[in-house]
Design a protein around this ligand. Structure first.
Ligand code: PAF
Length: 279
């Protein structure tokens, strides 16, 4: 396992160490790796000759400074996990290695896609995500980059970034991974108390029940049912629950295209997001 911290080191590694290598699969992360990341790394390792994973808690995508401070940082455990799933190299830059002395994001305005849901609730968040993903993709120059569908809106925005800027890396969407109890895997889950974790399961149960109701009634009725239901669950503070078309995030009014429910809720002071295809 090779560990490097600066984009220039990667250029040297590619020309000196990974000389005969074919395709590079890349998994960008913010660390605190769990089995969900493991599944991305495993797939990237299987589908490519070299698998690179980055671990960088990107300050510009946090809209609350306490969230950035509380974000778990577990580099040595991350390295072990990445190795176990077949990662060949870890890119763990410091803030200066990435941003130099100007730690700021550029505005990313993709219209409705960046304005709705997470964009509305977390001002500046997608500016930070687009800025860092652009920098990371440029640094690694991978053939394929793997992103989880848990951040469903982020994934759509990254695809749009790559399309608009003709970045020569193929974006590979990967299914959301759940724990055995149904909770969507997230680095933030470690901050939940045992009771909080039990409360958070209401999110998964609500989405599942919404999927069972789907197609029998119209999408907005399913949305209203889900909102009312989740609002009544103890310990869960609903931020949004929206039923939208998966391709453009507009409010769904029929079942003619793929429809997804996307949710953000607070449990134990931890912001959780989740989503599920309804049809
Ligand atoms: O999904 C994440 O972990 C982050 O948003 C990403 C894509 C690594 C950018 O910091």
């Amino acid at each position: 396992m090779i560990l490097f911290t600066h984009p220039d080191e990667w250029k040297a590694l590619r020309s000196k160490v990974f000389t005969s290598a074919g395709s590079v699969g890349y998994v960008p992360t913010m660390g605190a790796l769990h089995a969900g990341h493991g599944s991305l790394i495993e797939r990237a390792a299987k589908e490519n000759e070299i698998c690179v994973c980055s671990i960088f808690v990107n300050p510009t995508q946090f809209d609350r400074s306490n969230d950035l401070e509380a974000y778990p940082r577990t580099l040595s455990a991350d390295i072990e996990l990445a190795k176990r799933y077949g990662c060949d190299a870890i890119f763990a830059p410091g803030v200066n290695d990435i941003y130099g002395d100007k730690v700021e994001s550029l505005r990313a305005d993709y219209g409705f896609l960046t304005e709705t849901l997470e964009g509305a609730e977390r001002p500046g968040h997608f500016d930070g995500v687009v800025t860092i993903v652009r920098l990371l993709l440029d640094a690694i120059q991978a053939d394929k980059a793997y992103f989880g569908e848990k951040d469903f809106q982020q994934l759509a925005i990254i695809r749009e970034l790559v399309r608009r800027e003709q970045i020569p890396t193929e974006i590979m969407p990967c299914t959301l991974i759940r724990d055995t109890d149904g909770l969507a895997m997230s680095s933030r889950n470690v901050r939940l108390s045992p009771q909080g974790r039990q409360n958070a399961l209401a999110i998964y149960r609500t989405l599942k029940e919404m999927a069972e109701r789907a197609t029998k009634v119209d999408p907005q009725m399913v949305q209203h049912w889900g909102q009312r239901h989740l609002e009544q669950q103890p310990g869960v503070e609903l931020e949004y629950l929206s039923v939208v078309y998966a391709d453009d995030f507009q409010e769904a009014s029929d079942w003619s295209r793929e429809v997804r429910a996307l949710v953000a809720a607070w449990v134990d002071g931890v912001r959780l997001i989740d989503n599920m295809a309804l049809n």
